[in-house]
Design a protein around this ligand. Structure first.
Ligand code: A5A
Ligand code: ZN
Length: 472
């Protein structure tokens, strides 16, 4: 039994874990560490969220599906990749009681499953660029503290895209396109984020470089919610993926890959939620509007009006629920607020007499709306609601980033938020920084420019900066 009292969001960790249960997102009681069960309500959110990713990628990617198991010989081909993942791989060694001739890895990510097939699929320049993605479960034997939706051993919602190009430059362009698509994705979830280029010692195993999106969580720590990797020629050399050029020569393809997991839902819940529970953006809320009848006087008439309004909303493709349960209205308000429903309509006999309804947004705004223009009003309030939760989230993010001038200040500030410090870009200085500040370097902020100043470690002049943060 769990209590249905939510701790205040201030106690972020307890709030988060409790809300996943009472908000019916995921159940962490499954008897394998790091593996969670999606409740139907959480799964409905997931479906809506992943529909956005699909919509954004389907424009110019193909969705595909590769097997879960990877033969050891394929998995072990790329040395840098092995080094990055070998301690995190689950191995299948038996079929029934017979040992397998070739051990099988459960994919921790799918480069080594996909690229042997790319070798077969790509013949000539006409096959390029090739862009595919899949949404699958992946397995990582994480040794750091596991957390639902954040650090899982079975990642159930791993969206990975893999692309192949005729030149390195075109692949670099694809990394930018990936970052742009992910940015659009997070804008639609009203989640502000930081984009940075990871330092070389933190890039994806086998990549030339990695760019990442990070979200600042309520406790000031950052969560990496998406990454795009320029793979250069690393894997095309290993897996011999070549194409015939216009002149009839064989050339290696240049590759990228980029991924997002259910961490996007962890961010969604954490960034927008409040002391009352979930706050869901309109586009992904399983229930967008809830109608609460106020049953005083002529109950029949009130229910009739509520039903006809529900039908009108359904015809307008709004996900609506009419709550005709026995609880008192106050108890229903509380329940649906906890579920994050963006808009609540309260309809009682007095409203009906005046041909109006009371509309209450999940962010606290309340209005009286004429029934005649209800659909238009709801749709415009939905837009306003998106803007309001987005502004609120942005304010929080901006309040928790600061440029600081010294190692000491960075050490102090990263206790509560993300510090920006000047860093010459040298690995030696970076390592010293991470060590002294006791925080992680997210890397260079992208698409921003800074004045010239001294590296906080070596004092060389530089226009470079890095984010420093305590990371999830
Ligand atoms: N093949 C590329 C795309 C790849 O695997 N990249 S990655 O290792 O960076 O993973 C992609 C994203 O998955 C990460 O940015 C992170 O947001 C998420 N992720 C990684 N490990 C995870 C874990 N154990 N649980 C949940 N999400 C995870
Ligand atoms: Zn330096």
């Amino acid at each position: 039994m769990q209590s249905d009292k939510l701790p205040p969001k201030e106690n972020f960790s307890e709030w988060y874990h409790e809300l996943l249960m009472i908000g019916e997102i995921v159940d962490n009681r499954y008897p394998v560490k790091g593996m969670c069960v999606w409740f139907p309500f959480g799964f409905a959110i997931r479906k809506n969220v992943y529909n956005i990713i699909r919509e954004l990628l389907d424009v110019d990617h193909y969705e595909a599906l590769f097997p879960l198991m990877i033969p050891e010989n394929e998995f072990m081909k790329e040395a840098q990749h092995i080094k990055g993942f070998e301690n995190e791989v689950y191995w299948v060694t038996n079929g029934g009681s017979s040992p397998l001739e070739v051990k099988l890895a459960l994919r921790p990510t799918s480069e080594t499953a996909i690229y042997p097939m790319f070798k077969l699929w790509i013949r000539s320049h006409a096959d390029l660029p090739l862009r595919v993605y899949q949404i699958v479960n992946t397995f990582r034997y994480e040794t750091k503290h596991t957390r639902p939706l954040i650090r899982l051993r079975e990642i159930t919602s791993f969206k990975e895209a893999h692309t192949a190009h005729s030149t390195w430059e075109e692949a670099a362009q694809q990394v930018e396109i990936a970052i742009e698509r992910y940015s659009e994705f997070y804008r639609r979830l009203a989640i502000p984020f930081l984009v940075s280029r990871r330092p070389n010692w933190d890039k994806f195993p086998g990549a030339d470089y990695t760019k990442a999106l990070d979200v600042i969580m309520p406790d000031g720590r950052t969560l990496q919610v998406g990454t795009a990797h320029h793979l250069g020629f690393t894997f095309s050399k290993t897996y011999d993926i070549t194409y015939e050029t216009l002149n009839g020569e064989q050339e290696l393809v240049s590759q990228t890959c980029y991924g997002i997991s259910e961490r996007c839902i962890a961010a969604l819940i954490s960034v927008h939620g409040d002391d009352k529970g979930l706050v869901l953006p309109w586009e992904v809320a399983p229930v967008q509007v809830v109608i609460i009848p106020i049953l005083l006087g002529n109950k029949e008439t009130t229910l009739e009006v509520c039903k006809s309004i529900r039908n009108r909303l359904q015809e307008a493709c709004i996900r609506v629920q009419l709550d005709t349960g026995d609880e008192r209205p106050g108890a229903k308000f509380y329940k649906w607020e906890m579920k994050g429903v963006p808009i609540r309509l309260e309809i009682g006999p007095k409203d009906i007499d005046k041909n109006v309804v009371t509309l209450a947004r999940r962010d606290g705004i309340k209005k009286i709306i004429p029934i005649g223009t209800l659909i238009e009003s709801i749709l415009s309030e939905a837009k306003e609601f998106h803007k309001a939760i987005n502004d609120n989230a942005r304010k929080f993010m901006e309040k928790n980033i600061r440029e600081v001038a010294s190692i000491e200040e960075a050490e102090e500030y990263t206790k509560q938020g993300v510090a920006i410090v000047s860093w010459c870009g040298e690995e030696d200085c970076g390592r010293i920084l991470e060590d002294k500040v006791e925080a992680n370097m997210l890397g260079e902020p992208q698409y921003s420019h800074f004045a010239e100043t001294q590296c906080v470690v070596c004092r060389k002049m530089t226009t470079k900066r890095t984010y420093l943060a305590r990371q999830y």
